[in-house]
Design a protein around this ligand. Structure first.
Ligand SMILES: C=C(O[C@@H]1C=C(C(=O)O)C=C[C@H]1O)C(=O)O
Length: 410
């Protein structure tokens, strides 16, 4: 294993451990010291990243992508009711294949004692051979669950027929029990291996809990001079015997996805941005599913709009792919009828300003890990042509993205 190191790092000692062991020890240490931690792998990348914050995750009502330091953002669906969390990259590690690199961390005096406690306990945990790491659990107890999803979809369809809105995305949850000896790191590494094109992550924050997922949906990508967002909607199971270009889409699915594109274009219009590139819609494979996807790109240097990502983030979230359209009518309807605490499901998450790049994703195909159980979440886009039974089936196949991999454990 090749290693890069410097005197302030642990790397020389890390290189003799497997990534399972290192990630497990870091998660356990963060749990014991009540520190926030995020582990992720970007789509189409091999590198796995881990950061630990040496102070509490910062609660913030606004994610300002220009102002924030390097770190990881984790925002709920309803950002007006519950603030977003931000984990600063006080300690960070990355693995590329088997090579481990401990990145130079910020050396702020205020966090020195936490840094020392973290490093000492981390070293101790690394020596535990069969460690099953613990994770932070949410302090919220009242979990709402809607058990009649078809009825909810039906109410949505009726409201569309009455002209209240054009599209709605009701969601539901499914609780499963976790096997004795469930190891979140093993599952995370299996998801990473199974879904190379997804954003795979585990986020664990004291009081907020632990979330894991493999999402196909980019919310915002920002690099020094470019901005990207996508309109992703329309769902069908992936058929291994069929070529992607031969995929046929119904009018309902085409319209449903077009509404998401229209929503993004309307956001551009609000800020008078005319120069963007639009690619698609094209069929996109997302694990066991297929979606329709249109990509929107902007050269932020040519348009002289360096803060575009922050402005668009506020306008876009939650998009019509996870809420519906128009938002002002749909959000109160969901609040009254959905009867589900979405929490971080269909919120957004991802690394901010890490090596000058920001990658935010919509938190889909995800679950919340609790004590011996996990709550999975999924929604489906409902339009006037929806069939409640089919929408229920769609949420079932969305759950399968995680369930198929969980079933392979042990
Ligand atoms: C709401 C979810 O997915 C979103 C809804 C889709 C749809 O309605 O077809 C497709 C992709 C996502 O934008 C989910 O995965 O839970």
């Amino acid at each position: 294993m090749s290693v890069s190191s410097n005197s302030k790092t642990l790397t020389h000692s890390l290189s003799s451990f497997t990534k399972e062991r290192i990630l497990g020890a870091a998660l356990q240490t963060a749990f014991e010291l009540k520190l926030p931690v995020a582990i992720w792998r970007l789509p189409n990348h091999t590198e796995i990243n881990l950061i630990v914050g040496f102070s509490k995750a910062q609660s913030t009502a606004k994610i300002d992508l220009e102002e924030l330091p390097e770190g990881f953002a984790f925002a709920p669906f309803n950002i007006d009711e519950k603030p977003a969390q931000f984990i600063a990259a006080d300690f960070s590690l990355s693995f590329d294949f088997d090579e481990v690199v401990e990145n130079q961390t910020h050396d702020e005096a205020a966090t020195d004692s936490t840094r020392d406690s973290f490093k000492n306990l981390f070293k101790e945990q690394l020596s535990q051979e069969s460690l099953i790491p613990a994770y932070h659990k949410s302090s919220s107890i009242a979990e709402l669950t809607n058990n009649d999803y078809e009825e909810l979809v039906d109410q949505g369809i009726q409201a569309i027929h009455e002209g209240l809105f054009e599209k709605i995305v009701p969601a539901r949850s499914k609780t499963i029990s976790l096997k004795e000896g469930f190891n979140p790191i093993d599952l995370l590494l299996d998801l990473i291996a199974e879904y190379p094109r997804a954003f795979v992550s585990l986020v664990s924050i004291p009081n907020e809990g632990t979330w894991m997922g493999a999402t196909p949906e980019v919310l915002i990508e920002k690099s020094e001079h470019s901005f990207k967002t996508v309109a992703l909607a329309g769902t069908q199971p992936f058929d291994i015997d069929k070529k992607l270009i031969d995929t046929a889409w119904t009018q309902k699915e085409i319209e449903e996805q077009a509404m998401v594109s229209r929503y993004i274009i309307n956001c551009f219009k609000k800020i008078r941005l005319r120069e963007y590139t639009e690619i698609g819609p094209r069929t996109e494979k997302a694990g066991n599913l297929l979606h329709l996807k249109t990509t929107f790109q902007v050269d932020t240097q040519a348009t002289n709009f360096p803060e575009l990502a922050t402005v668009m983030l506020e306008l876009l979230h939650p998009t019509s792919a996870v809420a519906g359209m128009p938002k002002a009518e749909v959000l109160p309807f969901l609040k009254t009828h959905e009867n589900l605490s979405r929490e971080y499901f269909s919120g957004f998450l991802g690394p901010v300003q890490m090596s000058k790049n920001t990658h935010l994703f919509v938190n889909l195909r995800c679950m919340q890990l609790r004590d011996q159980e996990a709550i999975l979440y999924a929604g489906a886009g409902v339009t006037s042509d929806s069939d409640p039974k089919k929408e229920f089936q769609e949420t079932e196949i969305k759950f399968n993205t995680l369930l198929n991999v969980i079933a392979k454990q042990n």
